[in-house]
Design a protein around this ligand. Structure first.
Ligand SMILES: NC(=O)c1ccc[n+]([C@@H]2O[C@H](COP(=O)([O-])OP(=O)(O)OC[C@H]3O[C@@H](n4cnc5c(N)ncnc54)[C@H](OP(=O)(O)O)[C@@H]3O)[C@@H](O)[C@H]2O)c1
Length: 293
């Protein structure tokens, strides 16, 4: 069998870096892309590609799998410049997908739980998404564009992904250790998954010949940011009284916040196709704590 190649389009984010490492371990020759010329100039395995201009797309190497990872993930930035964020989150993924598929490869798009409106528990992969944020609509439009292109994409909708050195948790711990108050949100819930769990799903999916269409990955239960902070304080032996429960609905502007009632998703397709079992929310928090101890 010849060498298999994977392109990670948007290889500078923590998810992109972890994915590239795992694909290399799985035996792929991996090309990452970056919009930053200093990164592509310094490393021949990094190809220049800006999702805004699509400069670099024509010369992007063909690949067995192209992972479309880069995104404008900040809700506030999406709203500040809808054209720019629409180009990055919707137009570019579809163009990259079509271009890479026309060279004979498969396409794997990182969508988001934000395609759902969070109004009911465990939405299924087959439910028609009704996003209630601009970011969610852009991701939904990219999904539709890729599906309509007839290129048999894999679309993965992850819930919140917790990574090593997750900056919010690091800030909380720093503040708590210096006896400063921490104000975690009590009304913002997530059903987080650990970075390695997400990466394992990706690697297992592309090893599954029948993998195709929409997949969702979340924990089995949801947890508020306040509850996560309480677990972190307990791990560090800090009195939870230092936590000041705060309502995101009181402090975040309405247009830039997303406060779903429900954060879990049905993961039935991952369960049947790769034997995925939804972890608990605390699994992600505990992995973070173990790796950063
Ligand atoms: N993290 C999560 O909890 C989560 C949950 C669900 C879905 N996802 C999805 O997973 C993917 C990765 O998320 P993430 O949290 O790792 O994202 P992130 O930390 O916000 O990083 C975004 C990446 O996109 C790149 N990017 C932004 N604009 C670009 C442009 N014009 N051209 C090329 N690259 C550009 C950034 O490049 P620079 O490094 O140069 O800034 C950065 O590497 C996204 O598609 C996101 O929607 C993430």
């Amino acid at each position: 069998m010849g060498i298999r190649r994977a392109v990670v389009a948007g290889g500078d984010s923590p998810i992109g870096v972890a994915l590239a490492t795992a694909l290399t371990t799985a035996g792929y020759e991996v090309v990452r892309t970056s919009r930053r010329s200093q990164n592509s100039a310094a490393d021949p395995k990094v190809h220049p590609l800006d999702f805004l201009t699509l400069d670099g797309l024509e010369s992007l190497p063909n690949a067995d799998w192209t992972f479309i990872v880069a995104s404008e993930t900040r809700f506030s930035e999406c709203l500040r410049d809808p054209d720019r964020s629409g180009q990055i989150n919707h137009v570019a993924p579809v163009e990259i997908g079509k271009t890479q598929a026309s060279k004979g490869g498969r396409v794997f798009f990182f969508s988001s739980i934000a395609v759902h409106d969070g109004s009911h528990e465990d939405p299924a992969e087959t439910d028609v998404p009704e996003p209630n944020t601009l970011y969610g609509r852009q991701k939904r439009d990219a999904e539709l564009g890729l599906l309509d292109a007839g290129i048999d994409p894999v679309l993965l909708r992850p819930a919140k992904v917790v990574i090593p050195q997750f900056s919010l948790f690091e800030q909380w711990r720093c503040a708590m250790l210096s006896a400063q108050a921490v104000t975690p949100f009590s009304d913002m819930v997530v059903a987080p998954i650990w970075l390695e769990t997400l990466i394992d799903i990706c690697v297992r999916l592309i090893a599954t010949p029948a993998a195709s269409g929409v997949y969702q990955a979340s924990a089995a239960d949801q947890i508020s940011y306040l509850e996560m902070a309480r677990n972190i304080a307990a791990f560090d032996g800090i009195d939870p009284e230092i936590l000041v429960p705060t309502k995101a609905s009181d402090v975040l502007p309405e247009e830039t916040r997303w406060l779903p009632d429900y954060a879990t998703m049905s993961c039935g397709r991952l369960e049947s196709d790769i034997g995925f079992e939804r972890p608990s929310s605390l699994d992600a928090v505990n992995h973070y704590l173990r790796t950063s101890a």
